[in-house]
Design a protein around this ligand. Structure first.
Ligand SMILES: Nc1ncnc2c1ncn2[C@@H]1O[C@H](COP(=O)(O)OP(=O)(O)OP(=O)(O)O)[C@@H](O)[C@H]1O
Length: 406
């Protein structure tokens, strides 16, 4: 029924590149074999032909090249101590696809893995072609070891934070003080701009609260099992602002704490007169906890032993320039970066159309720019080909992962 065959190994640095269309979430794919010599992968494809529902389908699994030496991925996969991989870059370059493909590869290599999205425009569900929404752990079907996804909704996280804050402090304190005729302190509270902070949060606060939420989750026992955690982060700007957020919160919280002391002494004076109970776990405490978590996040981002930030880009001048700025900022923040994934590189072809030839010229220029960029040239460049179908579902992510993560 099924007859396995192996595509002949490529001559050095080139192989038969396979483009395909998925028709099942598991292992079966309808293949339109398109011979294109590429230098992207040393992965070999083992094909077994099945006849299923009258359709010709091919089972694709990647097998290691026989003489494969120790690879960089071996380094990423070795050890059971928990490691974090944060993937970031400009919008639309393929962060989610790369993050999801890395998560699948970790899981297929025996690591219970968690893939987290803190990007407000979640695309993990689209990428895995499974519904992973809901803000809780959801099992991803397909990989050999447990793979779970968590899509944090920053809007919702902020709402939770805000309503807790309103209940326990913030305007509660304000109303209380107002009622007591302590106008002066109310004015000072106004100056704190607490309400404003939460109504029109500074850029990056959403992401900060989302990541803080992840940190909160990770402190729970049920998360101990995960040995690899992959973050699909929000586009560049948010990530950078996130890193500087503890400083921002420092400034606000300093002010808040000072006022909190004033309020505490005023309310205890009131209490002693009226005998009222005043149990305000106020906004300052909430923000203080958020700040503590942010500091933890910042430390985590900087921990070379457990964390790596992978920049994902595409070969265009704009994306490369942004990646260079990202790398410079990450360096300033001491965030370890080793790899640069250049996604959507045109596969080599001997018969380019005019459009493709122009595109290729542009890409070559952008790739040269990377090689001579002071921020990017020191990184290990990984090129991933532009494939002619959308990368969706576990088998496709596995395919991409075997090209990118080697
Ligand atoms: N190498 C590739 N070849 C072809 N299509 C690709 C490739 N990489 C990603 N794509 C496609 O590009 C689109 C954007 O990819 P993806 O969602 O991974 O990007 P992103 O950087 O996470 O985007 P966003 O910033 O909007 O979250 C998707 O449709 C994905 O399937």
């Amino acid at each position: 029924m099924s007859s396995p065959s192996i595509l002949s190994p490529p001559s050095t640095n080139s192989m038969a590149m396979t483009s395909f269309f998925l028709h099942s979430p598991k292992t079966h794919m309808v293949i339109s074999l398109q011979e294109a010599k590429t230098s992207f992968s040393s992965t070999f494809l083992s094909l077994s032909v099945n006849r299923k529902q009258g359709r010709r389908s091919l089972q694709v699994r990647s097998v290691a090249a026989p003489s494969e030496a120790i690879t960089e991925f071996d380094d990423m996969v070795s050890g059971t101590k928990r490691k974090y991989y944060m993937l970031g870059g400009k919008g639309g370059v393929g962060k989610t696809s790369c993050a999801a493909s890395l998560a699948v590869k970790f899981a297929n290599n025996g690591h219970p893995t968690l893939v987290v999205s803190t990007d407000p425009a979640h695309s993990l569900s689209d990428s895995f072609a499974q519904d992973l929404a809901g803000g809780t752990l959801v099992a991803v079907e397909g990989p050999n070891s447990p793979l779970y996804a968590l899509e944090i909704n920053p809007e919702k996280a902020r709402e939770e934070f805000r309503s807790a804050n309103q209940k326990n402090g913030g305007s509660g304190v304000k109303d209380f003080m107002d009622g007591m005729g302590l106008g002066m302190i109310v004015e000072q509270l106004g100056e704190l701009k607490l309400g404003e902070l939460l109504d029109t949060p500074p850029p990056g606060l959403d992401e900060a609260i989302a990541i803080s939420k992840v940190m909160q989750f990770l402190e729970q026992e049920q998360y101990n099992a995960f040995t690899r955690i992959v973050f699909d982060t929000a586009p560049t700007g948010h990530t950078l602002r996130l890193l500087s957020l503890p400083d921002f919160l420092d400034a606000s919280i300093g002010k808040i704490l000072k006022l909190k002391q004033k309020i505490a002494s005023a309310t205890s004076a009131i209490k002693s007169v009226f005998g009222q109970e005043q149990t305000q776990d106020d906004a300052a405490d909430k923000l203080k906890r958020l700040r503590e978590r942010m500091i933890k996040v910042r430390e985590l981002f900087r921990d070379t032993d457990s964390t790596e930030f992978v920049i994902v880009t595409i070969p265009t001048v704009m994306a490369v320039s942004e990646s260079s700025r990202l790398r410079a900022s990450l360096k300033k923040e001491n965030v370890p970066v080793k790899r640069l994934v250049v996604n959507q590189v045109l596969p080599p072809s001997s018969s380019d159309c005019k459009f493709c030839a122009m595109k290729r010229k542009d890409q070559t220029r952008a790739l040269d720019m990377i090689r001579s960029d002071p921020e990017l040239s020191g990184l290990r460049m990984i090129q991933a080909p532009l494939v002619d179908v959308e990368i969706r579902g576990v088998p496709a992510l596995q395919f991409l992962g075997d090209i990118v993560w080697r």
